[in-house]
Design a protein around this ligand. Structure first.
Ligand code: PLP
Length: 391
């Protein structure tokens, strides 16, 4: 057996993919599996976006593109950023990446090393911790608490910063909780970070327009005082149902953009041209499909919350963003992972156990409501029956 460097023993996984693989296997065996496990919209990419990619291929855009992305795609990102946040970003500070994850990888790699500490949300997207551990840095979980509406607490976050902290990872609207951190709390956090000028910030804003009930996402870009140490992660995957296209973007300060561009040259060279043309069409084209998806997500969100709250021993905070609910199952008598496993194997409903998102995820399961209302209803019937039969 070849011996690799120790970092590869520390790298983790995203268990939602393992759940998806098992769910697919069960369906292939003929079971009627309802998938509320994976975090991807169940809609197709809107047709005008697909057409833009086909058109680009037909026109001969088959070669390499610049490592930081086509200027036209970066300019489209700047337009969207201006419209959405009212802030000016230069295309020179934008990277087009193969999805949202490579931005995480690049940012964590830039600041993670033995002796460094990186703060990340717990429960949170599992790749943050995995990548921090890969670099040898110390992962410092920032508790994301249900009693706080699954928002970041500025006070608690700031209390965890030490002179070894190099990077703070924020995510709102959040996976897996659906929490949205209010502007007032971000104001406090940013004000407190003035005391720690050497801490870089990675703000994962991939669900920025996915909010409900009039909830407004506050971009960290709207705080000029931290722009020189702020990295913003965003992308096409969720908003325009483009998970498989592998299209993301990020905004980097002057001091870091050169590093990330070189990393891209070394790792993936560039993102394919047709996807980048599709990305422009997504940003500049009609947004009716996005609005339609959001209306569907909103209906499903209400349905899933209502149905979860009616389950014995389950309580579910109303999610304010993204497309996840994070019901508290502590009173059912089940531990989260065994419950998620049993629901998949016995009731053929795929959900993800809260501990797959961090230690504070025990007592919760993540339900992705990226599935039809009919299927959500059927899944909740099955979960109700399962809990009744297995008290
Ligand atoms: N950030 C968060 C919070 C996510 O939930 C996800 C995907 O689930 C990503 C980033 C990664 O997005 P992509 O599929 O574009 O790499």
């Amino acid at each position: 057996m070849l011996k690799t460097i120790a970092a590869f023993d520390r790298i983790g996984e995203e268990n939602a993919f393992a759940v998806l693989a098992r769910a697919t296997q069960l369906s292939n065996e003929g079971h009627d599996v309802i998938n509320l496990g994976i975090g991807q919209p169940d809609f197709l990419t809107p047709p005008h976006i697909v057409e833009a990619a086909i058109e680009a291929l037909k026109k001969g855009h088959h070669g390499y593109t610049p490592a930081n992305g086509l200027l036209a795609t970066r300019e489209a990102v700047c337009r969207r950023t201006r419209t959405l946040t009212g802030t000016e970003v230069s295309p020179d500070n934008v990277m087009i990446m193969p999805g949202g994850k490579p931005t995480m990888f690049a940012a964590i790699l830039m600041f993670g090393e033995p002796g460094a500490e990186i703060l990340y949300p717990d429960p949170g997207f599992p790749i943050y911790r995995s990548m921090i551990e890969f670099t040898g840095a110390k992962p410092v979980p920032v508790p994301i608490r249900e009693e706080n509406g699954f928002a970041f607490s500025a006070e608690e976050t700031l209390s965890l910063v030490t002179d070894r902290t190099r990077l703070l990872i924020l995510n709102s609207p959040a996976n897996p909780t659906g929490g949205v951190t209010p502007k007032a709390e971000i104001d406090k956090l940013v004000a407190g970070l003035e005391r720690f000028p050497n801490v870089a910030i990675l703000s994962d804003e991939i669900y920025d327009v996915m909010t409900y009930d009039g909830e407004v996402h506050t971009s960290l870009l709207t705080y000029p005082e931290i722009r020189d140490r702020l990295i913003v992660l965003n992308g096409w995957s969720k908003t325009w149902a483009m998970t498989g296209w592998r299209m993301g973007w990020s905004i980097w300060p002057d001091g870091l953009i050169g590093h990330v561009r070189k990393l891209a040259v070394n790792c993936w060279s560039c993102v394919n041209a047709p996807s980048q043309f599709a990305g422009i069409a997504a940003i500049d084209g009609p947004q009716e499909d996005v609005a339609r998806m959001m209306e569907a997500f909103d209906r499903r969100r209400k349905l899933v919350t209502e149905r979860a709250n009616a389950l014995p021993g389950v309580s579910c905070t109303v999610p304010k963003g993204a497309f996840y609910a994070f019901p508290n199952i502590a009173e059912t008598g089940w531990k989260a992972k065994p419950l998620a496993r049993a629901l998949l194997e016995k009731a053929h409903v795929a959900v993800v156990g809260g501990p797959d998102f961090g230690t504070l995820g025990e007592g919760y399961v993540r339900i992705s409501y990226a599935n039809s209302e009919v299927n959500i209803d059927r899944a909740m019937d099955r979960i109700a029956d399962f809990l009744k039969d297995n008290e």
